[in-house]
Ligand binder design. Structure first.
Ligand SMILES: Nc1ncnc2c1ncn2[C@@H]1O[C@H](COP(=O)(O)OP(=O)(O)OP(=O)(O)O)[C@@H](O)[C@H]1O
Ligand SMILES: [Mg+2]
Length: 201
């Protein structure tokens, strides 16, 4: 079997195992994790006033971001959610999200804000980008769901070594693996926050 083929199987296998593990977390564990994430976030992530924060709505057993979003709003920060690009459907735009923002389901049945170009924030204007992931490793590598959306969206950012936004992964502790098989296009993370830990590279 070729090396490339082996790697593909192994990325697929990791995705399958970790997604299953997080979907099996009980509702009470998920609630506690959501609370602890918000506490851990305020302890480790320092924000300027009215910071612009890219986030996402959780699905598939992901760490629930609802409490974090509410807390950030109360503190007058601005939250932006990903929208699958309407023309170039392979990358993401980030649009402002407020309590009454009209939402629509995208092709994955995930809710996203209804496109309103005046509310889109260019990527380099976000202060931090909190990203979902399926698995992470001890070097800060990230494995997503397999669409390549974040990798394509961040390719320029990474190539040009831009300061902003800071790339931070959010995950349950059970999503950590020792070492991920990485491809050239995978954009690594600068920090990862779980309900109990904070990693930085
Ligand atoms: N910068 C890029 N330019 C072109 N294609 C890309 C780029 N990054 C990723 N891709 C394509 O996207 C596909 C999926 O990539 P990958 O398996 O790394 O997804 P992922 O990181 O799990 O997903 P996501 O980024 O949505 O979380 C790859 O087959 C690759 O060809
Ligand atoms: Mg990737």
């Amino acid at each position: 079997m070729s090396k490339i083929h082996e790697q593909k199987i192994s990325r697929t296998e990791i995705r399958k195992k970790v997604r299953e593990a997080r979907r099996n977390l009980t509702p009470s564990f998920q609630n506690q994790a959501e609370e602890n994430l918000t506490i851990n976030f305020s302890q480790h992530i320092k924000l300027s006033k009215k910071a612009k924060i890219g986030l996402y709505l959780s699905n598939d057993g992901e760490l629930n971001t609802n409490k974090l979003i509410q807390t950030l709003r109360v503190k007058k920060h601005q939250v932006y959610l990903p929208i699958i690009h309407p023309f170039n459907g392979a990358s993401l735009l980030f649009q402002q999200y407020e309590e009454n923002s009209p939402m629509v389901a995208n092709r994955y049945a995930i809710l996203e804000p209804k496109l309103n170009c005046s509310q889109i924030c260019p990527l380099p204007e976000l202060d931090i980008l909190l990203m979902p992931l399926v698995a992470f490793d001890e070097q800060g590598n990230r494995l997503g769901m397999g669409g390549g959306y974040y990798d394509r969206t961040l390719a320029k950012h990474y190539a040009e070594q831009r300061e902003k936004p800071k790339l931070i992964g959010l995950a349950h502790d059970c999503q950590k693996v020792e070492s991920l098989p990485i491809e050239a296009w995978d954009v690594p993370l600068e920090q990862i926050l779980t309900p109990t830990k904070f990693y930085q590279w």
